[in-house]
Design a binder for this molecule. Sequence first.
Ligand SMILES: [Fe+2]
Length: 171
Amino acid sequence: MLRAFLLPAEDEALTEELQALSAAELATRCAEGGYQEVPLEELERYGFQGGHAEDAEEAARSLMAERGWEHRDEVHITSATPQAALDKFSPEHFHDDDEVRILSAGEGVFDVRASNEAGAPYLRLILGARDWISIPPGRYHRFWCTGPMLCSAIRLFGENPQWAPIYRSEG
Ligand SMILES: [Fe+2]
């Protein structure tokens, strides 16, 4: 079930040890670390959306209908996924298009900046199966697959999606 925490600036380092944790372990660490938990109904205050759905397919259809989108695919991350592929998602970046994802299985983590202003904190969004997120164009974020290395995600596209990430260091 999707949970969101405000990440203290001093804890932004994405270490191997952190990435080895499961979603449940990571949520426990955030809670025990005193990170402020953000109720899901307050996510829109930060300009993005996320939630938990009873059914991933139904959520995909609903999100596509809301946006008038017709394109989708599904990606699968496992322990066999090359590190080079994972390394595309984990450095901070943004896209020129919305990033809308519904987890059909497994778990993963999006750190999404609360805004694009300098010094804005990350919101750490810990996703499990049937959780979804919609990040607007231009918003800095990063993603990693948790320690169990199992994540299947339905990706939704508008017209002509430009998926090239623009990294913070290039922006
Ligand atoms: Fe992205």
